[in-house]
Design a protein around this ligand. Structure first.
Ligand code: NAD
Ligand code: ADE
Length: 422
């Protein structure tokens, strides 16, 4: 039975879920196919993704394909209680509540798994963690799962390397139609949506420090520049550092940027990027936030225990004043700011990511894969892009037979050789 905060919020949640569908063209097309073909009839699917309206629509698409869907969140701050109630009222077993503590969060995930699913969708790897440990027995029916985000992929590969991956997993993050758009343009927009809406501060003329120039960092830096900020990038990878420099950004260490930075955004998927010592030396009124999956990019635990005095200004905005009198503002408790202080990526972007998720579930179900980590076949990725072209008025050029022969590809594609991610 669903476990949500307040069922009286259901109508507000249903309105949000219906509204996002208008902007998710490929997912709407997939739902129509699922309604016709019922590929998941008799199957149970557990999903753990940020519980907001786009995710709810993904759950409904899988249900339209005949699945019994059990849905939970993947971060206590990103759950929207009205969406959780709305989804529960639409026939999906939903276990998600905003603001729960770590033990309650884990409890909700266990509830979502207790149906012993055939397939899972994970965002960050918390379901896989449970199914690899104390709750392995709940994975007895599993054909496999699909992972949504970069940090979850790191955890998947670590398990595969150690030989302890329990079942096949699809790496959806590395599909081009996921990280090219979601990580870059999605994060690039939703981070600034969150920071501006929450702080109401001017970005133009500020110095923004972007830690990590991977896919997310590129989007965040690009949009900050577009709004008139001076952008400083920090990187550990020489190739990414050079790319940032050629894009016109200063590349420095966090330590060298401290005298200038007004807004810090961590985008690394790594720990201890902004340390207590950094925060002690920041400029007065610096804003500090994170978009990485876990809340360990900023040393929140050390900050909370430090001599800095904490004042909660409003939900998701905490002011910390240090003994020397300077203050900094932490957004969303150091958790991913675009989901803690805003509603995540735009629907059109998530239409790409979640269509890939649906196709990954089909692959797992149809192919009965061996244990391992898999990427989506390129033709499916191309199909996801194709399904979004009309909506943006894109006219695709088709190869002539002579051109196809000249560059050595079939007329119908694939048009590009595989290339490096970076
Ligand atoms: P990525 O691997 O493309 O980029 C991360 C970059 O950080 C890399 O270039 C790496 O070299 C750099 N880096 C690592 N350690 C560093 C350090 N100590 N200092 C400076 N740079 C460092 O990953 P990505 O796809 O950009 O994802 C980044 C994080 O964001 C992950 O945790 C991912 O799960 C998460 N994510 C969040 C959202 C969201 O909506 N908030 C969306 C997508 C991904
Ligand atoms: N909305 C739902 N899932 C999301 C994700 N992984 N990133 C951003 N917004 C989202």
């Amino acid at each position: 039975m669903s476990h949500v905060r307040d069922m009286s919020l259901a109508e507000s949640g249903r309105m949000k879920i219906r509204w996002v569908q208008d902007f998710m063209p490929a997912l709407v097309a997939i739902r129509a196919r699922f309604e016709r073909e019922k590929p998941f009839a008799g199957k149970k699917i557990t999903i753990s993704i940020h519980m907001e309206a786009k995710t709810a629509f993904l759950a409904l698409c899988l249900a339209a394909g005949g699945a019994e869907v059990h849905a939970t969140g993947c971060n206590p701050l990103s759950t929207q209680d009205d969406v959780a109630a709305g989804l529960a009222s639409m026939g999906v077993e939903t276990y998600a509540m905003h603001g729960v503590n770590a033990a309650e969060y884990r409890g909700l995930l266990v509830e979502a798994l207790s149906c012993c699913p055939d397939l899972i969708i994970d965002d960050g790897g918390d379901l896989l963690d449970l199914l690899s440990g104390d709750y392995a027995h709940l994975g007895k029916n599993l054909l496999g799962g699909a992972e949504e985000t970069t940090t979850g992929i790191h955890r998947l590969h670590a398990r595969a390397r150690a030989g302890v991956l329990p079942f096949p997993m699809m790496n959806v993050n590395d599909a081009k139609c996921k990280h090219y758009y979601d990580n870059k343009y999605g994060t690039g927009q939703s981070v600034w949506d969150a920071v501006m809406h929450t702080t109401n501060l001017l970005v133009a003329g500020k110095t923004v420090v972007v830690a990590g120039y991977g896919y997310c960092g590129r989007g965040v830096a690009m949009r900050a520049k577009g709004m008139g900020a001076n952008v400083i990038v920090t990187e550990i990878d020489p190739i990414c550092a050079l790319q940032a420099a050629m894009e016109g950004f200063e590349v420095k260490t966090v330590e060298s940027a401290l005298a200038e930075g007004n807004i810090y955004v961590t985008c690394t998927g790594n720990c201890d990027i902004i340390t207590l010592e950094h925060m002690e030396k920041m400029r007065d009124q610096a804003i500090v936030c994170n978009i990485g999956h876990f809340d360990n990019e900023i040393q929140m635990a050390r900050l909370e225990k430090s001599a800095a005095v904490k004042l909660n200004i409003k939900p998701q905005v905490d002011k910390f004043t240090f003994p020397d009198g300077h203050s900094i503002f932490i957004l969303a408790e150091g958790r991913l700011v675009n989901l803690g202080c805003a509603t995540g990526h735009p629907s059109f972007v998530m239409s790409n990511s979640f269509t890939n998720q649906c196709l990954a579930q089909m692959e797992l179900w149809e192919k009965h894969l061996e244990v391992g980590v898999y990427r989506l076949p390129k033709h499916l990725d191309e199909e996801v892009a194709r399904l979004h072209l009309d909506n943006l008025g894109v006219e695709l050029t088709h190869l002539t037979p002579k051109q196809a022969a000249y560059i050595g590809v079939p007329e119908e594609g694939p048009y590009k050789a595989e290339h490096y991610r970076y």
